[in-house]
Design a protein around this ligand. Structure first.
Ligand code: FAD
Length: 317
C-alpha cells in the first residue's frame, strides 16, 4: 500500500487533535506515515499516540534547529522523506503555519497543492468549501505528489492500530539567512480555554456584543460549554477582542461540532471561516440577519437575554 505522509502538529511533544484527523484522512489514500519534526526527545513523547491513530511509520527529524526555526525544518523534513518514499500524498494541517509549509513544499517538490480540504477521498480528490462556503467542489492535483492542507475539524478522527516503526531523518543545516528563528514563545490570553482551531465547541461574539467589557457574556457561555472563544472581524476591529481570536477569511478557520454566533450578522467573510461547523447556533436580534441562512438553530432575540439563560441552563447539567 502506498505511504501517505502526515506532518505531526505538536507543541513541545503535545500532539494536536488535527494530527489524528490527518492520520484518519490519510488512511483513505494509503498507509499513514507520521513525520515528527522537533527538539531531541520529541518522538518518544508522541509515538504511542501516533500509533493509536494508525501511523505505520514515524519519520523522526530531531535537532535543536528543528525546534528553533519556523517552517523551514518542517519543509526540509517533508521534502527529504517525500523524495525517498514517493508517497501517494502529503497531508498538513491548514493552520497558518501549515498553509505556509504546504505552499513551500509544493513548490519544492514541483507538485500540485490542494488547500483547505474538508474531506479526502480514496480516488485522490479532496472536497473543498469555497466562496465563503457557497459552493463545495472536488479537486485533484494534476502533477507530482499532491500536497494537501486539511482544515482542522474537517475530518473526524478515528483510532486505528499502527506499528509506528521509527525511521530517522537527517535534516540539512538551516541557513539562518533564509529562515525565521523562534526567539520566544508566550502563552496567549484565555490560556485555560481550548485552542480555537482545535476546539470541539466555539462561541463567537460580533459587533452586537457592543464592548470589550460585555464580551464577558460570550466568555461565560464558552466556559460553561468548555468552548473556545472566537470573534468577528468587526468585534476585533472595534477592540472588543484580540485579533488572534478572529474567525473568518482573514482570521482563523474553524470547523467545530458546535459553533455559537452571538451578535454576528453572518457576512460572507465570516462564514468562510466557520461555515463547515457541524451545528451552527445563531442569536441575533435581526430576524433578517444572513447568519440565519446557515444556522441549524436560530434565536431571534437580544443576546444579553439569551446567552445568560443558556449559560445558566448549561451550568445546571
Ligand atoms: P455586524 O455586521 O455589524 O453585525 C452585528 C450583528 O449583531 C447584527 O446582525 C445585529 O443585528 C446584531 N446585534 C446587535 N446587537 C445585538 C444584540 N444585543 N443581540 C443580538 N444581536 C445583536 N469578518 C469576519 O468576521 N472575519 C473575517 O475574517 C473577515 N475578513 C474580511 C476580509 C475582507 C477582505 C473584508 C472586506 C471583510 C472581512 N470581514 C471579516 C468583515 C465582514 O465583511 C463583516 O464586516 C464582519 O464580519 C461583520 O461583523 P459582525 O457580524 O460582528 O458585525
Amino acid at each position: 500500500m502506498a505511504e501517505v505522509l502526515v506532518l505531526v502538529d505538536h507543541v513541545d511533544g503535545e500532539v494536536k487533535k488535527v494530527t489524528y484527523e490527518l492520520l484518519t484522512a490519510a488512511r483513505t489514500l494509503g498507509e499513514p506515515s507520521a513525520v515528527v519534526v522537533g527538539a531531541p526527545g520529541t518522538a518518544g513523547k508522541v509515538k504511542e499516540s501516533l500509533a493509536s491513530y494508525g501511523a505505520a511509520k514515524v519519520y523522526v527529524a530531531e535537532s535543536d534547529d528543528a525546534a528553533g526555526y519556523l517552517v523551514t525544518p518542517k519543509v526540509d523534513a517533508l521534502s527529504t522523506v517525500a523524495e525517498q518514499a514517493s508517497p501517494a500524498a502529503v497531508l498538513v494541517a491548514a493552520t497558518s503555519e501549515g498553509k505556509e509549509i504546504a505552499g513551500r513544499l509544493a513548490v519544492r517538490l514541483g507538485s500540485g497543492l490542494l488547500v483547505d480540504a474538508v474531506g479526502v477521498n480514496g480516488d485522490g480528490s479532496v472536497d473543498q468549501s469555497i466562496f465563503g462556503g457557497a459552493f463545495s467542489v472536488k479537486s485533484k492535483a494534476a502533477k507530482g505528489i499532491p500536497v494537501i492542507s486539511v482544515r482542522p475539524g474537517g475530518v473526524e478522527a478515528e483510532a486505528a492500530d499502527g506499528a509506528a516503526e521509527e525511521v530517522s531523518v537527517s535534516l540539512p543545516a538551516v541557513d539562518p539567512a533564509k529562515s525565521a528563528r523562534i526567539t520566544g514563545v508566550e502563552p496567549v490570553v484565555g490560556g485555560d480555554r481550548p485552542e480555537l482551531t482545535e476546539a470541539t465547541i466555539v462561541v463567537s461574539g460580533g459587533r452586537g456584543v457592543g464592548s470589550a467589557e460585555k464580551f464577558e457574556v460570550v466568555e461565560k457561555l464558552a466556559d460553561a460549554l468548555g468552548a473556545a472563544v472566537g470573534a468577528s472581524r468587526a468585534a476585533v476591529d472595534s477592540g472588543y477582542y484580540p485579533a488572534q481570536f478572529q474567525v473568518g477569511q482573514t482570521g482563523k478557520t474553524v470547523s467545530p461540532q458546535l459553533y455559537v454566533a452571538l451578535g454576528i450578522s453572518g457576512a460572507i467573510q465570516h462564514r468562510a471561516g466557520m461555515q463547515t461547523s457541524k451545528t451552527i447556533v445563531a442569536v441575533n436580534k435581526d430576524a433578517e440577519a444572513p447568519i440565519f441562512e446557515i444556522a441549524d438553530f436560530g434565536v431571534v432575540g437580544d443576546l444579553f437575554n439569551v446567552a445568560p439563560q443558556l449559560t445558566e441552563e448549561v451550568a445546571k447539567r
